[in-house]
Design a binder for this molecule. Structure first.
Ligand code: LLP
Length: 421
């Protein structure tokens, strides 16, 4: 089901883009722009897609908080029974503030500090996904200092090519993530000798925006071979974490369904009794959000025409950073001949664009919806050019909740000081 749809405006021949039952136009009037708008139904339906594809299998879906960490969104997933994949103490604090269950949290990341370890142990998280030998030693020491044992999985790097953008593939030998799968057996022996650790599982994550299920199944097979070797060494695991990565449609991609994505992997795991964990981010929220922006100026150029909007690369970095495509639609489409526009923001960089060469019928003051902006949009935003970050709104049916207030300029330098001589 599509949760962002053009619907007719009563009494006119016009149509306008709605999120669930609410016209985006109304949201722009109430909360101004730029504004991120999310559909709760879209998130819930994506989460249920995983649940259905995993029905009958002991499994836990841990939403990757980095994709969108607003506590309003996290609370939606907490109520749906999700676990969470975190990569910092800050993300753990958000999960707790949102009412998430710490006993369903996995903690990934190559640079966990001692303080982050202490806090996560004290909170009682499900598992640390440990990414190096040095981290095993540090975690054991920290756990012992608290008279506890830390639950661990070793994140292994299966050296599988996920066939995605090089910046977001993580399972290749050359990446900084995880430990080489060939060294894992030895490291598990070492972990077993450390008194502060309790071995629970194994983890891997090969990359993001995956459109082909085959690399994931290949990684699962490699991980399973390791699990069998470990069993032979007398080390049993209670779970296998296969990370996140399922891609979404930004433009014309055809991502697999949940069942098609997970099917080959589930076949590899058939008959195994370990609990399966997944860490999806983008596929749960990416297409559940749009960035709503208003046109400030139309600027016809000699070679190109520009639509200068009030959102910029500080709000949505993906186009500037990865040359990523996001569909851009007029909220209330106009009749007439289309023209080609560069959709750009007010920031002083040529890289500040949201879309190239878009065919639209535009006038100053029109609203645009930048699609597929629910994942890695707000979380990667910044205050570059002293631009306050956008408001965020969650829609549920006809109900609208502001889940983040727009920042105020004074907030941006509230912690700065002019030195007093
Ligand atoms: N688990 C781990 C260990 C990860 O590193 C990631 C993402 C995920 C799960 C969630 O992956 P997803 O299901 O969202 O693909 N900023 C980039 C994406 C970076 C992904 C980083 N890791 C973008 O905007 O495309």
């Amino acid at each position: 089901m599509n949760h962002f749809e053009l619907k007719s405006v009563a009494g006119t021949g016009a149509t306008t883009l709605h999120v669930e039952d609410v016209p985006l136009q109304e949201i722009a009037e109430q909360f101004q722009t730029p504004c991120y708008v999310y559909s709760e139904a879209a998130m819930a339906s994506a989460f249920r897609g995983y649940q259905q594809a995993l029905a009958g299998r002991d499994a836990m879906v841990c939403y990757a908080v980095k994709a969108n960490s607003n506590i309003g969104l996290l609370s939606v997933f907490a109520k749906l029974g999700a676990g969470f994949d975190i990569v910092s103490g800050g993300e753990l604090a958000r999960v707790i503030a949102a009412g998430g269950d710490a006993s369903k949290v996995v903690f990934s990341g190559v640079g966990k500090t001692r303080q982050e370890m202490r806090d996560a142990i004290a909170t009682g998280i499900f598992c640390f996904n440990v990414e190096s030998a040095a981290e095993l030693d540090r975690l054991s020491e920290v756990a012992l200092s608290l008279n506890k044992r830390a639950p661990i999985a070793l994140r292994v790097n299966p050296d599988v090519d996920p066939k995605t953008h090089p910046y977001i593939s993580t399972g290749l030998k050359c990446n900084k993530f995880g430990v080489a799968i060939a060294q894992a057996r030895e490291l598990y022996q070492h972990a077993a000798s450390l008194k502060g650790l309790e071995i629970r599982g194994v983890a891997c994550h090969i990359g993001s925006q995956l459109l082909d299920p085959a690399p994931l199944a290949e990684a699962a097979q490699k991980v399973l071979n390791l699990v069998e070797q470990l069993n032979a060494d007398g080390i049993t695991l209670s779970h296998i974490d296969l990370g996140g990565g399922l891609g979404i449609r930004y433009r014309d991609e055809t991502p697999p369904t949940y069942a098609d994505y997970l099917g080959p992997l589930l076949k590899v795991m058939a008959g195994r009794k370990e609990k399966l964990l997944f860490e999806p981010g983008r596929s749960l929220v990416g297409n559940a959000g749009v960035l709503l922006t208003r046109i400030e100026y139309l600027k016809p150029g000699e070679e190109k025409s520009f639509a200068v909007v009030d959102a910029a690369m500080n709000d949505l970095a993906r186009p500037a950073l990865y040359d990523a495509w996001h569909d851009i639609d007029a909220v209330t489409p106009r009749a007439g001949a289309t023209a080609s526009y560069e959709i750009v923001g007010p920031i002083c960089e040529s890289g500040d664009f949201l879309g190239h060469d878009r065919l639209l019928v535009l006038e100053e003051g029109d609203l645009l919806a930048i699609r597929s902006a629910g994942a890695y949009g707000m979380t990667m935003s910044s205050n570059y050019n002293t631009r306050p970050r956008a408001a965020e709104v969650l829609v549920h049916g006809k109900h609208v909740f502001q889940i983040r207030e727009r920042e105020k300029v004074a907030d941006l330098f509230a912690r700065e000081r002019v030195p007093q001589p």
